[in-house]
Write a protein that binds this ligand. Structure first.
Ligand code: MG
Length: 160
């Protein structure tokens, strides 16, 4: 058995007039995440964790935010592209662990939906993905409702 581990982090600014996407789920809120794509910081951190484990760089190198092709793109499409690279590598996802840090909105009612979406996109079982959501205790930009941040660790396994 061979193993690889990767870490991903992302933070996006929260602004009014944008829909909020996290974990490929649209969440009702007065603000959304600013970004060249749909701003889904969870999916971006997840892509970076997988790319990190595969030693394939980062999401900004693969999908430059200067490229009009990715303007307004659903981040789930970026994740599907990363999954293709994963499939080519021969590695499979052992498990993923996610932390979302958001002062608002309360995300616990949406965690199940996020899990269903991400597991379906990656073709993994529910036991391979954990999602944790927490506030920033009112501190810093996240605590002041100016941003949402996410951390993801990815463990990959190859059976040879
Ligand atoms: Mg991002």
């Amino acid at each position: 058995m061979q193993y690889k581990v990767g870490i991903g982090y992302d933070i996006h600014r929260l602004i009014e007039g944008r829909p909020l996407f996290l974990g490929a789920v649209k969440i009702p809120y007065i603000k959304g995440l600013l970004g060249h794509s749909d701003g889904d910081a969870l999916i971006h951190a997840l892509c970076d964790a997988l790319l990190g484990a595969l030693a394939l760089g980062d999401i900004g190198e693969l999908f430059p935010d200067t490229d009009p092709e990715y303007q307004g793109i659903a981040s789930s499409q970026l994740l599907s592209a990363v999954k293709e690279l994963l499939d080519k590598s021969g590695y499979k996802i052992n498990n993923l662990d996610v932390i979302i840090i958001a002062q608002e909105p309360t995300l616990s009612p949406f965690k199940k939906q996020m899990k269903e979406k991400i597991c379906a996109l990656l073709g993994i079982g529910y036991d391979a993905l954990n999602i944790k959501a927490k506030t920033n205790e009112g501190l810093d930009a996240v605590g002041h409702l100016e941003a949402i941040a996410c951390f993801v660790t990815a463990s990959l396994i190859r059976g040879d």
